[in-house]
Design a protein around this ligand. Structure first.
Ligand SMILES: [Zn+2]
Ligand SMILES: [Zn+2]
Length: 128
């Protein structure tokens, strides 16, 4: 688990206050508990089906964390910016996912909506 201040996180990502930290090797959330507002949360499984995810519900205790099984999250800017945009784009409507706002945010921070291959196994589809 790397807090935002950790120098292994690229400088372009550390400047965003929305980022709390990056968890490599699994999900930062272990187990389950209750939010400030009494909502139940559970650990999000992270496995072969997911290259990374962002905890992007601002009411959540784990808001601001990006989790990935792979160190790639630190070195691949397409992947990291994709997840960062989820954190930054979250708004009062709590609309999450690949929304219009997410797309605008991703472009604003220098990401790309084009298809990208991340590893042999993982690729992003085009989000255009
Ligand atoms: Zn997680
Ligand atoms: Zn996404």
């Amino acid at each position: 688990m790397l807090p935002r201040s950790d120098l292994r996180i690229p400088a372009y990502a550390r400047k965003y206050e929305e980022l709390k930290g990056i968890c490599i090797g699994g999900c930062v959330v272990k187990g389950y508990g209750k939010n400030y507002d009494g909502q139940q949360w559970y650990s999000r499984r992270i496995d072969e089906k997911e290259v990374a995810h962002a905890h992007c519900v601002s009411a959540g205790v784990w808001f601001g964390w990006i989790c990935s099984p792979y160190k790639l999250i630190l070195t691949n800017k397409w992947l990291l910016k994709h997840e960062l945009a989820h954190l930054i784009a979250e708004d009062e409507t709590h609309k999450i996912g690949h929304t219009k706002k997410w797309k605008e945010t991703l472009l604003m921070i220098g990401g790309s909506l084009d298809a990208k291959s991340l590893t042999k196994k993982w690729e992003f589809q085009s989000y255009r």
